[in-house]
Design a binder for this molecule. Structure first.
Ligand code: IPM
Ligand code: MN
Length: 352
């Protein structure tokens, strides 16, 4: 098969980890007889520097006309402590999600048997963890009206959800639960927030369409606690944008390194694949960033965007092999030798 893939490397370590995912994807394509045409485009601080806009129209056109988008990371420290900066790299990411209609962010959390001792959590608690967050990605407080009033003395961010937005995300959650252990947890703060009450009401009304799925409703603060106590109790979790952002960072601790967890963002047409980690500016250009999360995002791309599970499996297998054989970057050091970003990528591509 032939694929056009938009390649958005972004900022910080983005270009380095993306390079490795490209190498590994090309190796898989070669092995299985596919042809990939990569379509690089600017995004984030790199795009602001070049054209003054973090998600330029040209980049959107490249994404919208490709078969999938592979994304690195966005963010630059020069904007972090400057609240008055008129354009910020992160705005590019939000604009991209909105314009591409990527309302469902799939963030799996799983463990690797060779890395159980890398997590600060007890091995017996995390062993076998295999859960998936479905985070709503184009609504909520990220996109509601925001601003300042009273001469700048009062700031506000509005959290808005419509029933339709909740339904389309929850539908994906129910469908995913049906392919797994048929357990769905709706995470909200319905004891306080009106938007959460609408989430709960909407999901409850959908239960009858999926009689086999066992649905639980839990408050986000309790989930934050139980997630690191008993991660095995969860399977599919659906939640709104901000709660999902926070809980998925927390959940990455279960796997042992943020550098390991991939994600997919889906909508009606196009899907985007990216690591859940950020741009890690301190590591830029040092060849130390862990490329595994981006490589595993490419695996998700083959599996979900192209419906090629064997190709995805080939990537997952080679990643597992590298982890078991200690072909890892320094974040996963185990007293032994560690490898550079590029060397890990080369090894993965060579061993596909
Ligand atoms: C993420 C990131 C983004 C988010 C930032 C960079 C805007 O943290 O993808 O989780 O908050 O969604
Ligand atoms: Mn985040």
């Amino acid at each position: 098969m032939k694929f056009n893939i938009a390649l958005l490397a972004g900022d910080g370590i983005g270009p380095e980890v993306i390079d490795q995912a490209v190498k590994v994807s090309d190796a898989v394509a070669k092995k299985f007889g596919h042809e990939i045409t990569w379509k690089p485009a600017l995004t984030g601080a790199a795009a602001i520097d070049a054209v003054g806009e973090p998600y330029p129209d040209e980049t959107h056109d490249v994404c919208a006309t490709s078969d999938a988008v592979l994304f690195g990371a966005i963010g630059h420290p020069k904007y972090d402590n400057d609240p008055s900066a008129p354009v910020r790299p992160e705005q590019g990411l939000l604009k991209m999600r909105k314009k591409l209609g990527l309302f469902a962010n799939v963030r799996p959390t799983f463990t690797f048997s060779s890395l159980l001792d890398k997590s600060p959590l007890k091995k017996e608690r995390i062993e076998g963890t295999d859960l998936v967050f479905l985070r709503e990605l184009t609504g909520g407080i990220y996109f509601g009206e925001k601003g300042r009033r009273d001469d700048g003395e009062t700031a506000y961010d509005n959290c808005v959800y419509t029933r339709a937005e909740i339904q389309r995300l929850a539908k994906k959650g129910f469908e995913l639960a049906m392919t797994r252990s048929k357990k769905l947890c709706c995470v909200d703060k319905a004891n306080v927030l009106e938007t959460s009450r609408l989430w709960r009401e909407t999901v409850q009304a959908m239960e009858k369409d999926y009689p086999e799925v066992e649905v639980s409703y839990e408050f986000v603060d309790a989930v934050a606690m139980r997630l690191v106590q008993w991660p095995n109790e969860y399977d599919v979790l659906i939640t709104e944008n901000l709660f999902g952002d926070i809980l998925t960072d927390e959940a990455s601790v279960i796997s042992g390194s943020m550098g390991l967890m991939p994600s997919a963002s889906m909508g009606a047409d196009i899907a985007l694949f990216e690591p859940i980690h950020g741009s890690y500016p301190q590591a830029t250009g040092l060849n130390i960033a862990n490329p595994m999360a981006t490589v595993l995002s490419a695996a998700m791309m083959f599996e979900t965007a192209f419906n090629l599970p064997e190709e995805g499996k080939a990537i997952r297998n080679v990643v597992n092999k590298a982890l078991a054989e200690g072909i890892v970057t320094e974040d996963l050091a185990n007293g032994g030798k560690t490898y550079g970003t590029k060397e890990v990528g080369d090894w993965l591509a060579a061993n596909i």
